[in-house]
Design a protein around this ligand. Structure first.
Ligand SMILES: [Zn+2]
Length: 263
């Protein structure tokens, strides 16, 4: 009789920001879509419970990520394209259950903490995950910023939270921008209705395309983050659907995991 086999992924791929690698207390990674259990449009490491995928497959994929990064609390958010920032503190109810495999811990689009050994998770498919780290105050954040988040400047609001809640100084903050929709593919034919006029300077000349990567970098620098402390992977998800999920490229698709923790 055949033994029931445990699923052990071998083809997981993780991208890292170069400047975080120099900080040994930071454990982070952008998972690609490879190495999971989902099939079809969700092939294969989909962690989005609202993507339309089978919940059991999503729960298994979340387990794969947790196993890969180490068994610590993982905090998944119910991301709603608004500008709510969750501040995670000791004894927070959201980490008391340890892992959330089929529910989200809190509704917010950014999360900040000074706690160690907790993984902050952002799930995306074209939207940016923006990771922040202040090595002086030992504070980390993970932000979900799609075009609606860009319009609401959730990045700036998250930096404000780091300043007011934890006394961070923006010039110490390091930032990383995940693979996301690049200026090559960010077409907004209805931009006059969707994007406020003060952001039209990011429109590419003679096209209805926008550079949200530059917008995010400016939102960070407007708060005082130094240009040299911002690292953008400059990988467009829609141009790379073999590696990443892309809502624009695929419509029905999964969400890939962007995780950061401090030891
Ligand atoms: Zn592209």
């Amino acid at each position: 009789m055949l033994k029931k086999q445990l699923y052990l992924p071998t083809d997981i791929k993780i991208c890292e920001f170069e400047h975080f690698k120099n900080h040994s207390c930071i454990v982070h990674g952008i998972f690609t879509r490879a190495g999971g259990t989902s099939t079809g449009a969700f092939d294969s490491l989909n962690i989005g419970i609202n993507s339309g995928d089978e919940l059991l497959a999503v729960a298994n994929n979340r387990k794969v990520i947790i196993r890969k990064m180490g068994t610590k609390p993982f905090v998944f958010l119910n991301q709603v394209h608004r500008s709510g920032v969750k501040v995670l503190k000791k004894d927070d109810i959201t980490i008391s259950e340890n892992f959330q495999l089929d529910t989200e811990a809190a509704t917010a689009d950014a999360i900040v903490t000074d706690m160690k050994d907790v993984f902050l998770v952002i799930q995306v498919a074209d939207c940016q995950a923006v990771m922040l780290y202040d090595p002086e105050k030992k504070v980390i954040a993970n932000i979900h910023s799609g075009w609606q988040g860009s319009v609401k400047n959730i990045i700036g609001k998250c930096v404000d939270k780091m300043i007011f809640e934890f006394g961070c100084e923006p010039e110490n903050i390091m930032a990383g921008i995940s693979p996301s929709l690049g200026p090559c593919c960010s077409e907004f034919v209805n931009y006059k209705d969707e994007i406020p006029e003060n952001l039209w300077k990011y429109k590419i000349k003679n096209k209805d395309y926008f550079n949200f990567w530059n917008m995010s970098a400016d939102q960070l620098m407007d708060k005082g983050v130094k240009k040299e402390c911002i690292e953008n992977m400059e990988i467009c998800t829609k141009c790379n659907t073999d590696m990443f999920y892309s809502f624009r490229g695929e419509k029905t698709t999964g969400r890939f995991a962007c995780v950061i923790s401090m030891q």
